[in-house]
Write a protein that binds this ligand. Structure first.
Ligand code: T3D
Length: 263
């Protein structure tokens, strides 16, 4: 069945997932969540996958939850938003974080609410200069979700996390890069090519090392120095047994570019 709310393709070791409800700034609907689950399932099942690229179509990246799905019907009880997080957003975020390949997010326009935090759950976030990041939740009486309260203080510190969340003011892409909320901000007409270059580079890189790097860095905030050193020793042991490590060393000594196979 073709997707209706996303575009999805896998080619040359790279999966590309484009949120595709441009008229509604790619806001998440229940149907889009179903399609995202299916796409993530295909991503996980692809044995030769070496990178995932996520972006949005049209002028926005994603405006968060589609609020037309949250209008209370007469006589109906209040929504249980906890259950929609448990069903839709939490597995999406965990699925991204657990993927053993780099996930690049190209933020092409406004990223608001869960759309902002979905982007920030990715490993490397690049944004167009005209894009912005809005922890919009408090404008409608909610708290940041989809990992916002987890990633924000870790990326930018508690003061900025609180400022963003309590004021719900937009943060420009340039400001986001200056704060370390994202990897970099590029001119709008360079976003697609910069993101492509990056995923192609990852697709030709040492895939197992990338997976271990993700594992080590995401474990770091919860670990003591001793625990992290022990983890580094365990993961480096694993990296040292890869064919790509041998190839990297050989290529260096032979003064040529490495030809990594991802094994
Ligand atoms: O509910 C749960 O399951 C819990 C989880 C919640 C997660 C969340 O994400 S809660 C936060 C939900 N999102 C928002 O509150 C953001 C709402 N949108 C906006 O504030 C603004 O649209 C933006 C600041 C993002 C962009 O503003 P602007 O002026 O560039 O665009 P616009 O004109 O407001 O939007 C363009 C169209 O998209 C417009 O439709 P129309 O009038 O042309 O037919 C607008 O209604 C629609 N749109 C934008 N965001 C949403 C949306 N439609 C439904 N839901 C949206 N979130």
């Amino acid at each position: 069945m073709p997707f209706e709310t996303i575009l999805f393709e896998i080619a040359g070791g790279v999966a590309t997932l484009t949120l595709n409800r441009p008229d509604k700034l790619n806001a998440f609907t229940a149907g889009m969540h179903e399609e995202l689950r299916e796409a993530m399932q295909r991503v996980r099942a692809e044995a030769d996958l070496r990178a995932l690229l996520i972006t949005g179509s049209g002028r926005g990246f994603c405006a968060g939850q589609d609020l037309t799905e949250r209008v209370m019907q007469d006589g109906a009880g209040p929504f249980d938003l906890g259950s929609t997080l448990e069903r839709n957003y939490n597995p999406l975020v965990l699925g991204l974080r657990e993927l053993p390949v780099p996930v690049v997010c190209a933020v092409n326009g406004v990223a608001a609410g869960a759309g902002c935090n979905f982007a920030l759950a990715c490993d490397v976030v690049i944004a167009a200069r005209s894009a912005s990041f809005i922890e919009v939740f408090s404008r409608i009486g909610l708290i940041p979700d989809a990992c916002g309260t987890y990633v924000l203080p870790r990326l930018v510190g508690t003061a900025r996390a609180l400022g963003m969340s309590l004021t719900a003011e937009p943060i420009s892409a340039e400001q986001a890069a200056a704060w370390g909320l994202i990897w970099k901000c590029v001119d709008d007409d360079k976003l697609a090519s910069t993101a492509q270059e990056l995923v192609q580079r990852f697709a030709a890189g040492p895939t197992r090392a990338y997976a271990l790097i993700k594992q080590a860095l995401y474990a770091s905030p919860a670990n003591t120095l001793e625990q992290q050193l022990a983890l580094e020793a365990r993961l480096q042991r694993e990296a040292g047994q890869s064919a790509d490590f041998q190839e990297g060393v050989k290529a260096f000594l032979e003064k040529r570019a490495a030809r990594f196979t991802g094994r």
